[in-house]
Design a protein around this ligand. Structure first.
Ligand SMILES: NC(=O)c1ccc[n+]([C@@H]2O[C@H](COP(=O)([O-])OP(=O)(O)OC[C@H]3O[C@@H](n4cnc5c(N)ncnc54)[C@H](OP(=O)(O)O)[C@@H]3O)[C@@H](O)[C@H]2O)c1
Length: 340
């Protein structure tokens, strides 16, 4: 990949895609190709193929997907499996048909069995049952890995797959209906501060920017000065800052082929924390004072999901941002974005 290469970043406005674009631009790559979902629906095979035929991207970062937290995954099961399968099939097939030199497919640590032994090595794939709350998404992501592998084997493509752990950073999804755990925590604690300060104007601005909030959550916050958080807080999770992921994506795209990576490679920090500890850290970062009420009636998901990052570190890549520093940057972005 050189500075004049034609590079398509699919999903460039998302948490991952936006960070990859920033990093490519910082490093002087001049010919980036991007399309929003409305401009190009990647679930449509004909439109995807026409786009690849016209632009013939030499390098593709596949960061477009239907993504969401536990509730969204559990509610929109058919959409999660269909859209993610369709995007993967269409992009990977068109990349092959129209001569893409290299493609990086982004998957997720959800691909692993629910009770995988920890930390999870790449060879744990398909050794046991998946977590039921995100099985549709996981099945689509596993299919995408296999598509890349078999296109490499049958057609000699160079399509690689990276499996990131949970991510956070600028351009995250803070809609409490569909978000992941970390953006939900950040937003809930931020709101608790606004409620405590009686800052209605800012609360309304926040809702306009990041979407509605369950009236019950706000009511509880006002009456009891408690933030309701989902689940028991007991599960362990690992978190990677999105700029570190983008760094890993460029590192893999520039230095490693399907031959040295194998079927796919984990991307994470190799360190995890309980959701309870995480909630306390987010509360501290935001400077919130409200107490926490754990709603144990809500699902916890997989008990633990820590990636073994031995393979990528042995290639020479390391994450740079520790959780505390990442959270500070994340909150700064959030405040700026919500006009706070
Ligand atoms: N977020 C995480 O914690 C996490 C963790 C591990 C792995 N990943 C993986 O990283 C990748 C990117 O995730 P993300 O968090 O960046 O997601 P995101 O913030 O929700 O962004 C998804 C992007 O995909 C685009 N998109 C969705 N459906 C599309 C369609 N039918 N046609 C064209 N574009 C479409 C969206 O376009 P518009 O902006 O135009 O709507 C958006 O830019 C996914 O493969 C995901 O599995 C994410």
């Amino acid at each position: 990949m050189n500075r004049d290469s034609f590079i398509y970043v699919a999903g460039h406005r998302g948490l991952v895609g936006s960070s990859i674009v920033r990093k490519l631009e910082e490093q002087g790559f001049r010919n980036l190709i991007t399309r929003t979902h409305t401009e190009l629906d990647l679930t449509c095979q004909a439109a995807t193929d026409l786009f690849f035929k016209e632009y013939r991207p030499e390098y593709v970062f596949l960061a477009a997907a239907k993504v969401g937290g536990i509730v969204a995954n559990n509610t929109y099961k058919a959409q999660f499996i269909y859209e993610n399968l369709a995007i993967a099939c269409n992009v990977i097939h068109s990349a092959h048909t129209h001569g893409t030199k290299k493609l990086l497919n982004l998957g997720s640590s959800c691909i692993y069995p629910r009770l995988a032994s920890q930390p999870i090595k790449e060879d744990c794939l398909l050794t046991d049952s998946l977590e039921p709350t995100n099985e549709p998404y996981a099945v689509a992501k596993i299919a995408a890995i296999k598509l890349c592998r078999y296109y490499n084997e049958q057609y000699g493509c160079n399509f690689i797959s990276g499996m990131p752990t949970n991510l956070y950073g600028p351009n995250d999804n803070f809609d409490l209906e569909t978000s992941h755990v970390l953006p939900a925590l950040l937003r809930k604690f931020h709101m608790s501060k606004l409620v405590q300060d009686g800052n209605t104007e800012q609360l309304e601005k926040d809702i306009r920017r990041f979407g509605p909030v369950d009236p019950e959550f706000l009511q509880h916050l006002k009456e009891k000065q408690e933030v309701i958080l989902w689940g028991t807080g007991a599960p362990y999770r690992e978190f990677l800052y999105n700029d570190d992921l983008a760094d890993a994506c460029l590192f893999l795209m520039q230095n490693h082929s399907a031959q040295d990576i194998g079927e796919f490679i984990n991307i994470g920090t190799g360190m995890d924390t309980t959701i309870k500890e995480l909630a306390e850290l987010v509360k501290e970062t935001v400077g919130a004072e409200a107490a926490i009420h754990w709603d144990a009636g809500k699902p916890d998901g997989t008990p633990r999901k820590l990636l073994d990052i031995g393979k990528i570190t042995s290639l020479g890549w390391q994450p740079k941002t520790d959780l505390r520093t990442g959270l500070l940057k994340y909150y700064e972005w959030y405040k700026k974005e919500s006009g706070c």
